[in-house]
Design a protein around this ligand. Structure first.
Ligand code: IPM
Ligand code: MG
Length: 359
């Protein structure tokens, strides 16, 4: 199989973690005789520094014409005071929108070896965590109109949040279909006791639920979800929610896995084009020091093989290799426990690559 992958390493720890994911992808290629061609495109702060914009028009075209996109992370304090129109994050949102990546899958899995690395008690996470957050990614308050201006002698800021039935239905379908292939339970997260967008969300989800009688469906308010994720996380299978709730809840859920550095994501379109990225940020405080955890990015690469290329065996192999490296006791600083072997970002990539070759 031959595939063209556009690589957006980005800022901070982005280039380090992406390098390790590509190491692992190359090992997969060697073993299964695939050819992946990588085209590197600047995104975020590094692109602002070079071109004055967080992604160039050619860069965007390169993403659109690829078979899939692999992303590290964007942003950092250096660009915090850029005008909103050219902030690093703006490029990420633009890529999501222009590529039509409306469905963001954020699997939250605790490898049993890391049960004591989670800040939560083992009595809460010990039985194993395996839930999936389906986050709507191209609508809601992230993409509504924004403005700040003077009104009646004061300064007022507006961020419009809107959702159409069409947008809700298409993410709902992804969630129901995914739940069907997992443990058959879907919780839809909203704030229907306050927001109109949530009331519409709930109405459309209820209509869909009629079409999926085999899926056990429930509604849950977002504030309660935040609590239940800590109190009793094993009750969840698939959670579906709007853009900003999904952003917030997925950072919270990442702690169930031991570290935010463990959590991958896939952003999917109606077709096979997808973008794959860890859910964490650019971690400028540890950038360039070989301290980052590349596992979230490596697991994102596995999702790329699974969802964009339908290479199930290869994706399973990457996940097994990560599991094996953890079995052998290799840990980056964020998931380190006494008795384990502390390794840097590149060594973790090497360990996983070596494990992959031996399975
Ligand atoms: C994420 C990130 C982004 C988001 C930021 C960097 C714009 O937090 O992917 O979760 O809010 O979507
Ligand atoms: Mg986030």
């Amino acid at each position: 199989m031959q595939k063209n992958i556009t690589v957006l390493s980005g800022d901070g720890i982005g280039p380090e973690i992406v390098r390790e994911a590509i190491k692992v992808l190359d090992a997969v290629c060697a073993r299964f005789h695939h050819t992946f061609r990588y085209t590197y495109v600047d995104i975020g702060g590094c692109s602002i520094d070079k071109y004055g914009v967080p992604i160039t028009e050619e860069g965007m075209q390169q993403c659109k014409s690829a078979d899939s996109v692999l992303l590290g992370a964007v942003g950092g304090p250096k660009w915090d005071n850029c005008p909103p129109a050219i902030r690093p994050e703006k490029a990420l949102l633009a890529v999501r929108k222009e590529l039509g990546l409306f469905a963001n899958l954020r699997p939250t899995r605790l490898f049993p070896q890391l049960a004591s690395a989670s800040p939560l008690k083992e009595s809460i996470v010990g039985d194993g965590i395996d839930l999936l957050i389906v986050r709507e990614l191209t609508g809601g308050v992230y993409f509504g109109e924004r403005r700040t201006g003077e009104e009646n002698g004061d300064i007022v800021a507006h961020d419009d949040m809107n959702y159409s039935t069409r947008e809700i239905r298409r993410i709902g379908r992804v969630a129901f279909e995914t739940a069907r292939k997992r443990r058959g339970r879907l919780a839809s997260v909203d704030k229907a006791n306050v927001l109109d967008t949530s009331r519409l969300w709930r109405r459309v989800m209820h209509e869909l639920a009629q079409e999926y009688p085999d899926v056990i469906y429930s509604d849950i308010l977002v504030d309660n979800t935040a609590m239940q994720l800590i109190k009793n996380p094993t009750q969840f299978d698939v959670l579906v929610t709007e853009n900003m709730f999904g952003d917030i809840l997925s950072d919270e859920a990442s702690m169930l896995t031991g570290s935010i550095g463990m959590m991958p994501s896939a952003s999917l379109s109606e077709g096979t084009l997808g973008m794959y990225e860890p859910i964490h940020g650019s971690a400028p405080d540890i950038a360039g020091q070989n301290l980052a955890n590349p596992i979230g990015t490596i697991l994102s690469a596995a999702m790329m093989l699974r969802y964009s290329f339908s290479l199930t065996e290869e994706a399973d192999l990457i996940e097994s290799a990560v599991n094996r490296a953890l079995d052998l006791g290799y840990r980056t600083g964020d998931i380190f426990q006494p008795g384990c072997t502390k390794v840097g970002c590149s060594e973790m990539g090497d360990c996983i690559t070596a494990c992959l070759a031996r399975i």
